[in-house]
Design a binder for this molecule. Structure first.
Ligand code: KIV
Ligand code: ZN
Length: 519
């Protein structure tokens, strides 16, 4: 059996289903380029029928990211498959990933169909998808809670209809390593046709076993794993890509498997995702957590000084973690800045570098030591724009005094003169948001807001991540500054600009359907 494991990354589809992880098409494209550099084999770029933005995101990635296979998800329905086919049409290597639930509880309570109908729909979906591409993946949703005899029947039918990858998801994170091993072995023995296709595992982390279950499936014979960077995903998340890949690399002696991942790109990719989504892995998270390579206990430090292998199973450099983070200061020039960004994995266009340099100089006047995290804050919160600025902060002044807090804000609105407003609230952020709301004039609900220090020290850059709800949809916003009120207002405007963009897209879509005589 081939020992090469196909890494199927679903950060942009299942990962994006994490609460608060929604990304704009431009953000998704940036992640997709990073995943390409990381060396993943398949990028599941989205669920094209789920929204116009998802469709655009998948389409952009399909057009621009040429090396990996680009997959679009589709339920086993004609309209889903046609939409997914249109979204991946221009990919160098397009895949349609179609799924239907197979467990009794899903068939009876959710889909309200018989086993017979389920098999018929699976066949029809795969056959239709094959009209658009030779690369068709079929997933039996909730496979781990499906009767094994029925699962074999559905899988055989899907292969007969032309599926080239068969995925058996642990949709609700319910299985255990011994059980998933049994399921994969039973399928391999019972369905000889599986030898002609790629068998895949897709595990969720509800019991904290997603990675263990994925590895068990590989040991049983699966050769594709579906995973996400930092393990983000629906509920407790998906199997973490970095943990699976490093288990395969570090325990090659035991597993005898390989992947095409450039492991040194793991950290930069993880950081990029955290910066874009505002979701940071917990400090003790394996491989990518802040403390993953920190040794606190004296005995450990002593051992490490004598021989690193006493307490270290992998060299941090293998995953792109480098010892010294202190980089630049007030006197550093454009060249040093550009070189450091390059080391962090960012190739900046001239205009982007100019903007980053201006922000860098401002920051260097406020704080002495500029670390990698500061540079990442600059790049993600000021340099690379993902959405047009409908609203832009010109100036702000706040007075703090508990419930007497007061803000004077000057905001420039697209195609209009700047306006000055006075806001009130029970704290400086509330007062500033009150001012912004007066300019925007829509009903906006603040869903959550977190403030985090990007680096240690009193002069740290504060990063604000927040979510707002507008018109029943959620939008995330992020910004960074040494002044957290300034960061909060800019983050709020970032989210409002996304909402404004979505509103304008909605109007455009309505206009288009009116033009073609639609609703
Ligand atoms: O968890 C799951 O079952 C899925 C499928 C759509 C593959 O995400
Ligand atoms: Zn899933």
């Amino acid at each position: 059996m081939d020992n090469r494991v196909v890494i199927f990354d679903t950060t942009l589809r299942d990962g994006e289903q994490s609460p608060g992880a929604s990304m704009t098409p431009a953000e998704k494209l940036r992640i997709a380029h990073a995943l390409d550099e990381l060396g993943v084999d398949v990028i599941e770029a989205g669920f094209p029928i789920s929204s116009p933005d998802d469709f655009v995101g998948v389409q952009k990635i399909a057009k621009e990211v040429r090396r990996p296979v680009v997959a679009g998800l589709a339920r086993a329905r004609r309209e889903d498959i046609e939409r997914a086919a249109a979204a991946v049409e221009h990919a160098e290597r397009p895949r349609i990933h179609t799924f239907i639930a197979t467990s009794k509880v899903h068939l009876e309570s959710k889909l309200k169909i018989t086993e017979e109908e389920c098999v018929e729909q699976a066949i029809a979906a795969v056959e239709l998808a094959r009209r658009y591409t030779d690369d068709v993946e079929f997933s039996a949703e909730d496979a781990t809670r499906t009767d094994l005899a029925f699962l074999q029947r559905v899988v055989r039918a899907a292969i007969g209809a032309g599926a080239t990858t068969i995925n058996l998801p642990d949709t609700v994170g319910y299985t255990l390593p011994t059980e998933i091993t049994r399921m994969f072995r039973t399928l391999i023995e019972g369905v000889p046709e599986l030898s002609g296709v790629v068998l895949s595992a897709h595990c969720h982390d509800d019991l904290g076993l997603a990675v263990a279950n994925s590895l068990a499936a590989l040991e049983a014979g699966a050769r594709q794993v579906e995973c996400t960077v930092n393990g983000i995903g629906e509920r407790a998340g998906n199997a973490a890509l970095e943990e699976i890949v490093m288990s395969i690399a570090v325990r090659k002696d035991l597993l005898g498997l390989t992947t095409g991942i450039h492991t040194r790109r793991i950290h930069p990719t993880s950081r990029l995702l955290s910066q874009i989504t505002g979701i940071h892995p917990q400090p003790n998270k394996a491989i990518v957590g802040r403390n993953a390579f920190a040794h606190e206990a004296g005995i450990h430090q002593d051992g490490m000084l004598k021989e690193r292998r006493t307490y270290e199973i992998m060299d941090p450099a293998m995953v792109g973690v480098h010892g010294s983070e202190l980089v630049l200061g007030k006197h550093s020039g454009r060249h040093a800045l550009s070189a450091r960004f390059k080391e962090l994995g960012y190739e900046l266009a001239e205009e982007e570098l100019e903007r980053a340099y201006r922000l860098f100089k401002l920051l260097a006047n406020q704080k002495k030591d500029i670390r990698d995290e500061d540079l990442l804050a600059i790049i993600h919160h000021g340099t690379m724009r993902d959405i047009p600025d409908t609203f832009r902060l010109e100036r702000m002044r706040v007075e703090c005094g508990g419930e007497w807090s007061h803000a004077t804000i000057v905001i420039k609105q697209k195609d209009a003169a700047a306006v000055t407003v006075e806001g009130k609230g029970d704290g400086p952020i509330a007062a500033a948001f009150d001012g912004v709301n007066q300019v925007v004039g829509w009903s906006v609900e603040l869903v959550d807001l977190t403030i985090r220090a990007a680096t240690p020290g009193r002069d740290a850059v504060g990063e604000v991540s927040l979510r707002i709800a507008v018109d029943g949809k959620t939008f995330s916003g992020r910004a960074a500054s040494t002044d957290v009120v300034d960061a909060a207002v800019r983050g709020y405007l970032h989210a409002l600009n996304k909402a404004a963009h979505a509103r304008s897209m909605g109007e455009e879509a309505l206009q288009k359907s009116a033009d073609i005589g639609g609703v």
